[in-house]
Design a protein around this ligand. Structure first.
Ligand SMILES: [Fe+2]
Length: 348
């Protein structure tokens, strides 16, 4: 197989057929034969992109993902609306959030007790416009952070807050509201929800209007389970109330369309209004310092600057499969228009 990089970030490592077979079987056989060197490179680089192979169906994707990591799972405690793909056991749509929604860089489910280990994305339908899945080396983000800010995060730790709507809520895709709690837990039985919360070591609180608050206490950074490197590992840049507005400023600089200008201005106003009228703990999502105090906007600005400095953006090609080391490398989504179908699975 041919190995290359898009740029000097060395993320992802691109693996393409070199003439001796581009079938699913050829790729799987190559993975079996090159196990040790493959995993060494995978953990060094943080992500590997398989491009140019005949992986035409979600089942082909599932087979390659399973060969790469046979610990695939199908439980999900994240915030994105997702649907399972027919005829597969582990494959989901990546996110049903509307195309103009920004999905900021994150390591998947960083706030839960056992986050996914390897994440896989598959391009079933190439985006018509935008819709890239940028990657970022979160080891570099931690390393390059202002030492004072980093020390504050390290000493205080984090409190991640999610406030889920009650069962009566019928608004769809409100930017400032999460899905209903029964959609997260797959049940309307509160006792079962509480059981799952305890099992996942999540603190929970039932609020007025049948809402459910979930709290996670985590450090801001972790040691990579295998390489022991320090990694920025949390959802501040996704859940912090000002994050989406800061992100859209960068998106507008990248995509430069009238629509991105509109969303950038709109979000800046909406976020200001929301922050004036809603307490930090009552935001639909938020990340606070571990002592419950808010994280300053300037820290989020600093963080986003580092993320965009290290961000790798590359267009999807049909049948691409990317494997991401979730404990070192983040992913996100740029806004898109038209058709796009990216599928996902993960191991845990
Ligand atoms: Fe994600």
């Amino acid at each position: 197989m041919k190995e290359s990089y898009f740029n000097d970030q060395k993320l992802p490592l691109v693996i393409e057929p070199n003439g001796n077979g581009k079938s699913k079987e050829a790729l799987i056989a190559w993975l079996q034969d090159n196990k040790d060197s493959f995993y060494k490179k995978f953990y060094e680089n943080g992500a590997v992109l398989f491009r140019g192979f005949d992986l035409d169906t979600p089942k082909d994707f599932e087979a390659v993902a399973y060969q790469t990591d046979n610990r695939l799972k199908n439980d999900y405690y994240g915030t994105s609306p997702r649907n399972i793909v027919k005829d597969t056991k582990y494959i989901y749509t990546a996110s049903e959030l509307p195309g103009h929604y920004p999905i900021m860089q994150h390591c998947e489910m960083s706030y839960v007790v056992q986050p996914p280990i390897t994440l896989f994305f598959y391009c079933h339908v190439e985006p018509e416009y935008g819709g890239e899945t940028p990657l970022c080396n979160f080891r570099k983000v931690y390393e390059q952070m202002d030492p004072k800010i980093r020390a504050e995060f390290d000493s205080k730790g984090l409190l991640t807050v999610r406030n889920y709507s009650g069962l009566e809520n019928n608004s769809k895709f409100n930017l400032f509201e999460l899905k209903k709690w029964n959609e997260l837990f797959g049940t309307t039985d509160k006792a079962e929800v509480e059981r799952q919360c305890k099992e996942q070591q999540m603190e929970y609180e039932w609020l007025d209007g049948d809402k459910l608050r979930i709290l996670h206490r985590t450090p801001a950074a972790i040691n990579h389970p295998l390489t022991k490197e320090k990694v920025w590992f949390n959802h501040i840049q996704v859940f912090h109330p000002t994050a989406a507005a800061i992100e859209y400023d960068y998106i507008h600089k990248t995509q430069g369309r009238a629509k991105t200008l509109f969303w950038s201005l709109f979000l800046n106003v909406m976020v200001k209004v929301k922050n004036l009228t809603t307490k930090p703990i009552d935001q639909s999502m938020n990340v606070l310092f571990g002592d419950g105090t808010p994280i300053p906007d300037s820290y989020v600005q600093h963080l986003e600057e580092l993320i965009w400095k290290n961000l790798v953006v590359f267009p999807w090609k049909k049948n691409d499969v990317i494997a991401i080391d979730n404990f070192s490398t983040s992913h996100g989504r740029l806004p898109y228009e038209g058709k796009r179908q990216i599928l996902v699975c993960w191991s845990a």
